[in-house]
Structure formats: structure tokens, C-alpha cells
Design a protein. Structure first.
Length: 379
């Protein structure tokens, strides 16, 4: 793996850092306070070509490698993890499934709009009774002439209500364990499809998380994604790439928390000297910096495998698990470095702490990543 950035990657990193520092930073306080979805920022990301970074130019994307995309998520998440997950879900599980499994007609219909940011994408796999055990979903899709009729409900859907297209997974064959699930592209506004009230979360304020409901929702057969029965494979293979996006979101949190803790340790004096000169604090910073570096290596390695078209399931699981655990540890330690001030809203470390927690939960909990990794080891 080449660890020096290409010119293209350097330009992307620099451009997104500038956008995050100048535009996103100003919106964070409002998002925190109101939990309002940042439509204007998403529109600006579309203008900058950020909504379709790894998408081929022929479908309106920026056609850059996966590492450039991962660097963009990291840079945005360094300032707002909420905006980071909006972009990650939109691209890696909201758009990629159409790119990798769609018909040419589906690609022409949806990808240019998604890649330009005119449309926002979402991914609807989880249900109230089926999170980690995603094969046990109960939403059904029954074929009726030229349509499938969807019934059921989804839970925890990122970009819910704001998205224009949803990749929805439903059972088309309740008797088949391996081939029972299919994937569909469902457009916002389809009769029978509704978005319910958003969750009130401890963190990621500004990122919508909503349940969805399907009641006799008729979807044209043309919106079946891939073959009937191919849904679980579509979900898993796109989640592999998506998990690297969550690893990058975690890196953004690691970087922000480490930077804040380092600066505070240099400024805050107790017992007549900066707290950073006390070994108890200095060693914390050393451990935090080492975890961050290791998390970067795993994440960039996984992104590089995607760019080279190589299998990535195992490395993506390792990157997601390690980077998110690192984000939680680093955010917790950063808060400790800040002492009592860290526990207040005066400093951003309490937000990093709240935002870090969910990276260990979504796109497969870290227990599930350990299952993926150990299955690969023991197979
Ligand atoms: N990549 C490719 N294939 C995979 C895979 C992966 N990561 N994980 C499993 N598979 C394949 C297996 O190889 C197997 O293939 P065969 O049938 O050919 O043998 C098949 O899928 C079934 O595998 P298992 O028997 O292991 O299936 P399982 O039902 O026991 O559990 C699981 C598999 C790994 C636990 C899976 O259900 C899983 O990943 N669960 C987590 C769900 C998840 O990640 N949800 C995220 C929702 S999106 C989201 O969260 C977005 C957000 O927050 C921002
Ligand atoms: P459960 O599966 O009930 O797990 C509960 C606990 O048991 C966890 O600690 C888990 O690790 C553990 N556990 C479960 N099974 C095992 C096992 N076999 N071995 C060991 N431990 C186990 N889903 C989507 O489809 N689309 C989205 O856009 C989306 N966005 C989300 C956004 C947010 C903010 C959140 C919180 C969730 C989102 N999710 C989304 C859902 C997310 O993927 C699930 O929450 C996650 O997969 C876990 O499922 P669960 O919450 O039902 O927990």
C-alpha cells in the first residue's frame, strides 16, 4: 500500500478541509441545538462534487478513487460527524448498490441525480425486530402482476424523510434461508410508503434517523434491484464498503478529540505547570495518538483494497471495529483531559464523546464485526 497521497487525494483533502472549517463549522452549533437537517450544506456538497466522489463520470460522478472519498468523510467528520454520516450513507449504501447491482436503465434514472446531490440516498435494512440478525427481517414484497406489494416497517433509517431514494430490503420468499430477501429502489412519495417521526438521539444531531412504514406499497417490477433473492448479498457487499465510511467518520472524531485534548493539555495549568507536563496526562495523549495512527492505517488499507477492486469484507470489518473503538476511547480520554470543563457544552469534547458512541453500533455493531472477522479466521 502506498501511504503517500496522490495529487488528486491531496487536492480532495485540502478542499474538503477548507469547506469543513469555513462552512460546516459555522453550522454545528445550530445543528446541535435544533437537530435540524443541514439541507444547505448538503446542497453545497453537491455543488462541490462531493455527493458522487467514487461514482463514474458517465453517471455524473467525480470518478475519484475510494481513498479520496474516505478522506472527504474523515475531513467532514472532524468538524461534524452528523454531516459525515449523511454523506457516507448517501454514497456507500444509498448509491453504490444501484451502481453495482442496477440495470443500465436504473443507473441512468437514479445515479446522475444522486451523484449531483439533486437526490439524497438512504438504505433501509434494519427493522424493530431485526438489527444484527438482518436475515430475520419481516417486511414482505409479494409479486402482483408487474408490481411488488411491500408491507412492513423499517427502523433507524439515516437520511429518513430527507432522502429521495431508499434501498429497501424485503422478503420475497419466506421459505428460503439463503435466497429469501430481495432489494428494491423505493422513491419518496410512493403511495403506501411513509416516514415516521425521527428518533431523539444522544448525538449526531442534524442527522435524521427515522422509522419507515410500508402499507400495501406498490413498487414497479422495474425497481427490483438485482435478481429476486439477491438482496442479502447486495446488503452485505455494500455494507462492506459502507463500514469503511464509518471507520473514516470515526477517524474524524479521533482527530478532533486528540487535537482538542493536546491543545488543552498545553494551556491548562495546575500545580504550577501545564497539565500536559504531568506524565499521567502526557501518556494518555501518547496512547490516543497511537490508536489514531493505527486506525488510519487499517482504514486507508481497506479503502485502497476497494479502489483496486479486491475483496475487502474482512479488512473493512477490522477497520470499522478498530477505528470506532479508538474514537470512543480517544473521545473518553479527551473528556477526562478537560476535567470538569469537558463535561460541559462549553467545549466540543462532550459532543465528540456522544457522537463516537454510535460508531460502535451502526453498520453492524462491533460484536458483529468480531463475528465477521473470526468467521474469516476460522473458516
Ligand atoms: N461480506 C460478504 N458476504 C457476507 C458478509 C460480508 N461482510 N457477511 C456475511 N456474508 C455472507 C456469508 O459468507 C454467507 O454466504 P453463503 O450463503 O454463500 O455461505 C451469507 O452471507 C450468510 O452469512 P451468515 O451465515 O454468516 O449469516 P448470518 O445470518 O448468520 O449473519 C451477519 C451474518 C454478519 C451477522 C449479518 O447479518 C450482518 O452483517 N449483520 C449486521 C447488519 C448490519 O450491518 N446492519 C447495518 C444496517 S445499515 C446502517 O447501520 C447504516 C448506518 O447506521 C449509518
Ligand atoms: P441488536 O441487534 O438487538 O443488538 C443488541 C446487542 O446485542 C448489541 O450489543 C449487539 O452487538 C449484541 N448482539 C446481537 N447479536 C449478537 C451476537 N450474535 N453475538 C454477540 N452479540 C450480539 N440501519 C439501517 O438499515 N439503515 C440505516 O441507515 C441505519 N442508520 C442508523 C443510524 C443510527 C443513529 C442508529 C443507532 C442505527 C442505525 N441503523 C440503520 C441500525 C443499526 O444498523 C442497528 O442499530 C445495528 O445493526 C444493531 O441492531 P439493533 O440496534 O437491533 O441491536
Amino acid at each position: 500500500m502506498n501511504l503517500s497521497w496522490t495529487d488528486e487525494q491531496k487536492i480532495m483533502k485540502k478542499m474538503v478541509r477548507k469547506f469543513a472549517d469555513e462552512r460546516v463549522a459555522k453550522a454545528v452549533e445550530h445543528m446541535e441545538r435544533t437537530d435540524e437537517f443541514p439541507r444547505e450544506l448538503v446542497r453545497e456538497m453537491g455543488e462541490k462534487g462531493l455527493m458522487g466522489i467514487p461514482i463514474p463520470e458517465k453517471y455524473g460522478g467525480s470518478e475519484m478513487d475510494y481513498t479520496s472519498y474516505i478522506l472527504a468523510i474523515q475531513e467532514i467528520s472532524r468538524v461534524s460527524a452528523a454531516l459525515g454520516v449523511i454523506l457516507s450513507v448517501h454514497t456507500s449504501v444509498g448509491t453504490n448498490p444501484i451502481l453495482y447491482f442496477g440495470t443500465e436503465e436504473q443507473k441512468q434514472t437514479y445515479i446522475p441525480k444522486l451523484a449531483s446531490g439533486e437526490f439524497l440516498g438512504a438504505f433501509a435494512l434494519s427493522e424493530p425486530g431485526a438489527g444484527s440478525d438482518s436475515r430475520s427481517i419481516r417486511t414482505t414484497a409479494k409479486l402482483d402482476g408487474d408490481h411488488y406489494i411491500l408491507n412492513g416497517s423499517k427502523a433507524w433509517i439515516t437520511n429518513g424523510g430527507e432522502a429521495d431514494t431508499y434501498i429497501v430490503f424485503a422478503k420475497t420468499d419466506s421459505t428460503s434461508i439463503k435466497k429469501g430477501i430481495s432489494a428494491f429502489i423505493v422513491e419518496k412519495g410512493t403511495p403506501g410508503f411513509s416516514v415516521l417521526s425521527k428518533e431523539r438521539k444522544m448525538g449526531l444531531h442534524g442527522s435524521n434517523t427515522t422509522p419507515l412504514s410500508f402499507e400495501d406499497c406498490r413498487i414497479s417490477k422495474q425497481n427490483l434491484l438485482g435478481e429476486e433473492g439477491e438482496g442479502f448479498k447486495i446488503a452485505m457487499s455494500n455494507l462492506n464498503k459502507g463500514r469503511i465510511g464509518i471507520a473514516a467518520q470515526s477517524l474524524g472524531i479521533c482527530e478532533a478529540a486528540l487535537e482538542a485534548a493536546k491543545n488543552y493539555a498545553k494551556e491548562r495549568k495546575q500545580f504550577g505547570k501545564p497539565i500536559g507536563e504531568m506524565q499521567g496526562i502526557a501518556f494518555k495523549l501518547a496512547d490516543m495518538a497511537t490508536k489514531y495512527e493505527a486506525a488510519k492505517l487499517l482504514t486507508y488499507q481497506a479503502a485502497d483494497l476497494v479502489s483496486r477492486g479486491l475483496p475487502v469484507g474482512n479488512q473493512a470489518a477490522m477497520a470499522k471495529m478498530f477505528a470506532s473503538d479508538s474514537a470512543m476511547t480517544i473521545a473518553t480520554e479527551a473528556l477526562q483531559v478537560f476535567g470538569g470543563y469537558g463535561y460541559t457544552e462549553e467545549y466540543p469534547v462532550e459532543r465528540f464523546f456522544r457522537d463516537a458512541k454510535v460508531t460502535q453500533i451502526y453498520e453492524g455493531t462491533n460484536e458483529i464485526q468480531r463475528i465477521v472477522i473470526s468467521n474469516n479466521l476460522l473458516r
